[in-house]
Write a protein that binds this ligand. Structure first.
Ligand SMILES: Cc1cc2nc3c(=O)[nH]c(=O)nc-3n(C[C@H](O)[C@H](O)[C@H](O)COP(=O)(O)O)c2cc1C
Length: 381
C-alpha cells in the first residue's frame, strides 16, 4: 500500500505519530494551556467559514504560487517554529530545513531549538527564517542576530506572545519536567516506543543548543532552566525599534491578535504581522486567529501570516479568503516526521498541495488569492 492510501490526511499522520512517540513527547507536542479551550476554538473557527463553489467556469489550471516579502513562493504555506523539535524526532530541525529547501518553503528556526542557527541555516535554502524570543541582555541579543544572519537567515520573527511562562497541564501530567529528567516513569514510556527509542539512542537526548551557548553569561543557571531567565521577557516598543535598527532584512512580529496593536507595529517598521495564539499554548482565553483576521486585514496593508489549527488545504484557502497572505503549520510537520521519518514532510506538502488544487478546482480559481471573491455569507440560516 502506498502512502496516499495509508495516510491520505493530516489526521492519519497525527495518529501514526501518536502510536510511535512516547507519551510525554506526544503530550509536549500536543498540549495547549489550561482547559485547551483556545486550541479547540482555534480549530472550530475554520469549520464556520464557508466559501462558494462555482459552476460553469470551464477548465482551469490552478497556480498555487504566492508573493511574500519580495519572494515568489510556490506554495502558500510554510513551517512555524517549534522549540525542542529534536525531542519529537532526532534531528527534526535539520530534516525539516532540508525538506523546506527542496520544497522551496519558508522554514522558521526557534530560539529554543535543539540545533544552532549555524547547523540549520545553510540547509534551509533561500527562505530561512529565524524566530527570536527576546533576550534580556543586549549583548546576547546582538550576538544572536549576528549568528542568525551569518548562518543564512534572511527573515527575523520576533515572538511577542510569551511574556510569561504558561502552564501546560497535560504536559505536567505526562511526567515531563523542565529540564527533562529521565525518571523511571519516562523510561517506561520510552521502552514502549522502540522506534523512537532507537532513533534517539543514536543522537542522544536533545538540548537547547543556542541557549546553552549563553549559559556562562547567565550566572551558571543549570541547563535549560536558564532559558526562562534569558528569554521570558515582554519586549516594549523601544525593543522593537532596536531590532528594526539592527536587522537589515524583513522583520515579522508573531503573536498578533489585537487590531489596536497595528499602528505601533507599523510605526516600528515591521514588514509583516503573524497572527497566532501560539497554537493555544499560552493563554486559554485567546481568540481564534481566524476570528480576528478580518479586522486586522481591514486595519493594515501589511502582509498577514496566520497559523493555528490548519488541518488541510481547504483551511489554507479559508484563511486566505478572510485576508491572510500566507499560512504556517507547526505541529503537523512534526507529526509527519514522527510518522514517516524523512519522507514525512514531503508527503504532508503533497497532501496539502493536492487538497489546495482540488478545492481551487471546485471554486474555479486559477490563483489562490481569488478565493477572497468566493467567501460565502456567514451561515445564519
Ligand atoms: C511543541 C511546540 C513548540 C513550540 N515552540 C515555539 C517556539 O519556540 N517559538 C514560537 O514562536 N512558537 C512556538 N510554537 C508555536 C508554533 O510556532 C505555532 O504558532 C503553532 O504550533 C501553530 O499551531 P499548529 O500547531 O496548530 O499549526 C510551538 C508550538 C508547539 C506545538
Amino acid at each position: 500500500m502506498d502512502l496516499d492510501t495509508r495516510y491520505p490526511s493530516l489526521a492519519d499522520l497525527a495518529a501514526r505519530a501518536r502510536a510511535r512517540l512516547p507519551r510525554f513527547v506526544w503530550e509536549y507536542l500536543e498540549a495547549g494551556t489550561g482547559a485547551e479551550e483556545a486550541r479547540a476554538r482555534t480549530r472550530a473557527a475554520f469549520e464556520r467559514v464557508t466559501v462558494l463553489p462555482s459552476i460553469l467556469h470551464g477548465d482551469i489550471t490552478p497556480d498555487l504560487s504566492v508573493q511574500l516579502l519580495g519572494s515568489t513562493l510556490p506554495l502558500p504555506f510554510g513551517m512555524a517554529p517549534v522549540g525542542m523539535a529534536g525531542l519529537v524526532w532526532p534531528d527534526a530541525e535539520r530534516h525539516l530545513a532540508r525538506a523546506a529547501r527542496k520544497l522551496d518553503l519558508p522554514y522558521t528556526l526557534s530560539t529554543v531549538a535543539s540545533q544552532t542557527p549555524e547547523a540549520v541555516g545553510p540547509l534551509a535554502g533561500d527562505h530561512a527564517w529565524f524566530q527570536m524570543y527576546p533576550p534580556r541582555d543586549p549583548e546576547i541579543r546582538a550576538d544572536m542576530l549576528r549568528r542568525a544572519r551569518k548562518s543564512g537567515f534572511r527573515v527575523l520573527v520576533l515572538t511577542a506572545d510569551v511574556p510569561v511562562a504558561s502552564r501546560r497541564e497535560r504536559q505536567l501530567r505526562s511526567g515531563l519536567t523542565q529540564p527533562p529528567r529521565l525518571t523511571p516513569r519516562l523510561l517506561a514510556q520510552i521502552a514502549a516506543r522502540p522506534a523512537w527509542a532507537l532513533a534517539m539512542a543514536r543522537t542522544g537526548m536533545p538540548r537547547m543548543r543556542l541557549i546553552d551557548d549563553y549559559a556562562p553569561d547567565t550566572k551558571g543557571l543549570p541547563s535549560t532552566a536558564h532559558a526562562g531567565y534569558l528569554l521570558r521577557t515582554s519586549p516594549d516598543a523601544a525593543y522593537l525599534h532596536w531590532l528594526r535598527d539592527h536587522w537589515d532584512g524583513p522583520l515579522i512580529v508573531k503573536g498578533v491578535l489585537d487590531m489596536r496593536d497595528v499602528p505601533r507595529l507599523e510605526n516600528a517598521g515591521v514588514d509583516a504581522l503573524w497572527i497566532s495564539n501560539h497554537g493555544g499554548r499560552q493563554f486559554d482565553a485567546a481568540p481564534a486567529p481566524l476570528s480576528v483576521l478580518p479586522r486586522i486585514r481591514d486595519a493594515t496593508r501589511l502582509p498577514l501570516i496566520l497559523d493555528g489549527g490548519i488541518t488541510g488545504g481547504l483551511d489554507i484557502l479559508r484563511a486566505i479568503a478572510l485576508g491572510a497572505d500566507f499560512v504556517m503549520l507547526g505541529r503537523a510537520w512534526h507529526h509527519a516526521l514522527a510518522a514517516l521519518g524523512t519522507r514525512g514532510p514531503y508527503h504532508l506538502a503533497e497532501i496539502l498541495r493536492r487538497d489546495l488544487e482540488a478545492n481551487m478546482g471546485q471554486m474555479g480559481l486559477s490563483r489562490v488569492r481569488d478565493v477572497r471573491d468566493r467567501l460565502a455569507p456567514h451561515p445564519t440560516g
